[in-house]
Design a protein around this ligand. Sequence first.
Ligand code: ZN
Length: 261
Amino acid sequence: MLEVEAYRQLAHRALDRPIVRVDAPDAWFLKGGIGPSDVIDALTGRQFGADRRIGKLLLLDVVDGPTLGVRFGMTGRLLVDGDAAIDRLEYSSDRNDPAWDRFGLTFADGGRFVVRDPRRLGAIELDPDESRLGPDAGSITTGQLAVVLGDSEAPLKARLLDQARIAGLGNLLVDEILWRAGLDPARPARSITPVERRRLRRRIVSTVAELGERGGSHTGDLQVMRSRDGVCPRDGAPLQRRTVGGRTTYSCPVHQPSQQR
Ligand SMILES: [Zn+2]
């Protein structure tokens, strides 16, 4: 999500520039039942009028046309006029191989908008269903967070990763937030007390803002300790490594206890 916010800012440079050519060489990358001709017809001769983001989804509204949705997965990058917003991604390659260009637009001024993705985990959509995304994590309210957690027995971490409930948090970011909030990722969501919920909301909003400033979800304080012999940067306890919500999870058994204290 932090990376996608950087891409949104970069994509701002693509507004108000007539699109003269659309390259969609990879049909796999087009999702929602569309093919290359649909994207070419929808975009050629038009221009973007606005850039938006919900969670990890970049949205570009076409003037008198549909909305282009871009998903970057874990390895996708955006380049506008050859510039990338982020030098490197945690899971991606630093190499810039044009063979990884899954989608491209050429503007009338000769500039280009390119989605480059070695592992093809991202996607291009037209008019993506925005109602299927929960509220954006960066500005979530305590009331909205109460709805996210609900009365569920599911692990706290699984609820926070569910993009339909709260949009924008990935694996590294959730671990960092819960470490900062002192909450065990495996605790049932329903066991979170109102006091803990308020603390969690503050940590979500502040961590998203802080790591966004630093340059991405891999810049958290816990990050360097995500290894088999990692220790808690706060209290020195050996970190616990588990699978929670289907994802590799690091947490501190001392200050993120499995029971509320
Ligand atoms: Zn600790």
